[in-house]
Design a protein around this ligand. Structure first.
Ligand SMILES: NC(=O)c1ccc[n+]([C@@H]2O[C@H](COP(=O)([O-])OP(=O)(O)OC[C@H]3O[C@@H](n4cnc5c(N)ncnc54)[C@H](OP(=O)(O)O)[C@@H]3O)[C@@H](O)[C@H]2O)c1
Length: 270
């Protein structure tokens, strides 16, 4: 049977995308065929949510069926792409290839997979808990049905935006690298709370809840960040004392520079 969805690399990111398709019944397990690197990975994946999915290690002949699916999700590590493209059969029926690989351009995808219609997707790690953001950049000549299929692939775990490819580096710097910057902020704030006397576990939990609650408030009330900051800084109070310490340490500039550095690195990798 020809699978409807072929998954090349069922790692963290592909699992986060495919699992909600299965649980929402948007796709049944027997319509999915996945390829992974090793037999051990295939075996361990057959235990949980992917029990009924056909999963083959890449060196088995059955793995080649993945290239017959009309929609193919490419979710291997970027450095593996040349080897995997070289092993793919030539096709002329224009199946859809959706790549989540960081730093692999549409032009390179199209060169490596000449018979495919290609799309670049930039999902971020919060997709693992259904709170992601995904940017899509379309390749040439996709049908409107293929575009719908791509949007549906990511809609279960993320908000989906469509951007010109030239904007993906800045998008990635903010949304894919951003979770690391925010995690560093959470860690540092928890350390500060420990220094000020809170137990470590409580400090971490409160730091996470403070970040999540603040993000929800900014988002749901559509507040500018400066408005929220002004709302909680009373004259001569505790918060303005902390804001002064942050400004003295150059925190605002450090965050700007972090995002710019990530975008420049992303351009460099491509
Ligand atoms: N994780 C994220 O948050 C995130 C966010 C944005 C973009 N991405 C992109 O998503 C891609 C995958 O990242 P990931 O974190 O999901 O990586 P991962 O967990 O390491 O998954 C990679 C998968 O590829 C499989 N694989 C290895 N060799 C293969 C081969 N020859 N043929 C087919 N499959 C093979 C691996 O199987 P084995 O384990 O058996 O080797 C594994 O299932 C990366 O290119 C990354 O840039 C990830």
């Amino acid at each position: 049977m020809v699978p409807s969805l072929g998954v090349i690399g069922l790692g963290q990111m592909a699992q986060a995308l495919v699992e909600p398709l299965l649980s929402s019944k948007a796709c049944s397990a027997d319509q999915v065929l996945a390829v992974v690197g090793t037999a051990a990975t295939a075996e361990s994946l057959r235990q949980g949510a992917f029990e009924a999915v056909s999963i083959h290690p890449s060196d088995r002949s059955e793995a080649q069926q993945v290239w017959s699916a009309p929609v193919q999700l490419l979710a291997i590590k970027p450095q593996q792409i040349d080897r995997i493209a070289a092993a793919a059969p030539t096709v002329d029926n224009h199946p859809l290839l959706v790549s989540v690989l960081a730093g692999v351009s549409l032009a390179r995808l199209q060169r490596l997979f000449p018979g495919h219609r290609v799309v670049r997707a930039v999902p971020n790690t919060p997709a693992l808990v259904g709170e992601g953001l995904t940017a899509l950049a379309w390749g040439e000549a996709l049908s409107s049905e293929q575009k719908l299929q791509v949007r549906a692939l990511f809609a279960g775990v993320s908000e989906v935006l469509e951007l010109p490819e030239a904007k993906l580096d800045a998008f990635l710097a903010l949304t894919s690298s951003g979770p690391a910057f925010v995690a560093m902020m959470a860690e540092a704030m928890a350390d500060g709370a420990v220094a000020a006397g809170l137990p470590r576990d409580l400090a971490h939990r409160l730091a996470h809840r403070t970040l999540a609650g603040t993000a929800a408030l900014l988002d749901q009330r559509q507040l500018h960040p400066a408005t929220l900051k002004d709302m909680v800084t009373s004259p001569g109070g505790t918060t303005i004392a902390g804001v002064r310490a942050l400004e003295r340490a150059g925190a605002r500039s450090a965050f700007m520079e972090a995002v710019i550095a990530a975008a420049e690195r992303s351009r460099g990798l491509a």
